[in-house]
Design a protein around this ligand. Structure first.
Ligand SMILES: C[S@@+](CC[C@H](N)C(=O)[O-])C[C@H]1O[C@@H](n2cnc3c(N)ncnc32)[C@H](O)[C@@H]1O
Length: 366
């Protein structure tokens, strides 16, 4: 089974220099047990690394893009060679003037392809490797050109300071939710602009309805019902770095565990479809599938989900997001996959990466 999206979009550059999917939600959903075998979409590596905090036997990190795997490889080298504070500098979570030197420390640990890749991108290294993707550049445009037309710096800082629930709601209503905010947000996160500048038009092939209004509602949820002071994804979008919160894999309390478990991470430049073609049945316990299904027709999605269910061990779990396209287990697979709807809905309400319309958790029936 070929990957549908591989034929439609160009995967030669970095699309995602960070995983824009909430690792806290993922780790709780998958409930990885010591000794489990996990399969994770690699993206930039953060969420595959986050799974290592639960001591699985293996995390197989797959991506069909070599550029994404160069991001993962650099992160792995950074965990091995740098101290925690230096890792944050290299990523761009914290300011730094010495990223070239930090990259130089990691460089000997890279394979030749990843080394050539990063050697050719000194500006991306200097700016922080977590900002090097098309999606991060898109957020950079929002931060530099759209936000100044909407709110001044002190107001943005006040939003990010968060506070108690009632204070956040009042702040949003009184000081944030202006006509200009709604208009420019809707324009910038429209299918047209996001498709061309942030993602890829082909990623929207199966999207129906008004994309921007849905994302605007979720953004409101993220800054009122959730606390911006605890939201690293929002902080990066608004400031270009992490101010008071970090994604799970970058938190200091997980640094040593991830470093110790790095040998359990296997990176492969391969589609999930190709990987499953060679996999024995009942070989994987946990699947982090990002939102790959929404790049596929319903028919291809159903076929792939069936293969995943066959490759999974009984009582295994699948977690995936819907950004804009509804995808969840069809009735025809009711005998092998059980939706964990209450868990998924609870986690979705806590999801700090606010662009998704749904989070799905499914359990493999024996
Ligand atoms: C699915 S994308 C999603 C990122 C973000 N959530 C979004 O929607 O914009 C994350 C990663 O999955 C990879 N990818 C997409 N389809 C894949 C497939 N069938 N097998 C392996 N990797 C895939 C892409 O190369 C990308 O690095």
């Amino acid at each position: 089974m070929d990957s549908e999206v591989q034929a439609k979009a160009d995967f030669s550059g970095v699309r995602y220099a960070q995983c824009w999917e909430d690792a806290d939600v993922l780790v709780e959903a998958l409930d990885v047990q010591p000794g489990d075998v996990c399969l994770s979409i690699a993206s930039a590596g953060d969420n595959a690394l986050a799974l290592l905090t639960r001591h699985p036997a293996r995390v197989i990190a797959l991506d069909l893009s070599p550029a994404q795997l160069a991001c993962v490889e650099l992160r792995v080298a950074a965990y091995r060679t740098l101290e925690h504070a230096q890792l944050l500098e290299l990523i761009g979570s914290t300011p730094s003037q010495r990223r070239h030197g930090l990259y130089g420390n990691c460089r000997p640990l890279l394979g030749s392809a990843a080394r050539d890749f990063w050697d050719a991108r000194p500006a991306d290294v200097a700016g922080g490797v977590g900002g090097a993707g098309k999606f991060e550049r898109y957020f950079g445009l929002f931060r530099r050109y759209v936000m100044p037309l909407v709110h001044r710096r002190p107001q943005i800082e006040a939003l990010l300071r968060g506070g108690l629930l009632e204070k956040r709601r009042t702040f949003y209503r009184r000081y944030w939710d202006s006509f200009r905010w709604r208009l420019l947000f809707r324009l910038f996160f429209s299918r047209l602009v996001m498709g061309r500048m942030g993602r890829d038009p082909s990623f929207f092939a199966y999207v129906e309805g008004d994309v921007a209004t849905r994302i605007l509602e979720r953004a409101k949820h993220a800054v009122t019902e959730l606390d911006p002071a605890e939201n690293p994804y929002l902080q990066w979008i608004m400031t270009g770095r992490h101010t008071t919160a970090l994604p799970l894999a970058l938190r200091p309390e997980h640094f040593d565990t991830i470093r110790t478990n790095l040998d359990r991470l296997e990176c492969r430049c391969q589609s999930v479809e190709d990987f499953l073609a060679s996999e024995e049945p009942h070989a994987v316990d946990r699947f982090n599938l990002s939102d790959i299904f929404e790049y596929m027709s319903p028919q291809n999605y159903h076929r792939l989900l069936e293969r995943i269910a066959k490759a999974a061990r009984p009582a295994g779990r699948l977690a995936y997001w819907n950004m804009l396209v509804p995808r969840s287990r069809p009735e025809t697979l009711a005998n092998c996959l059980l939706p964990l709807t209450d868990l998924a809905a609870r986690l979705y309400s806590q999801d700090k990466a606010f662009f998704y319309s749904r989070f799905v958790v499914e359990e493999v029936l024996g």
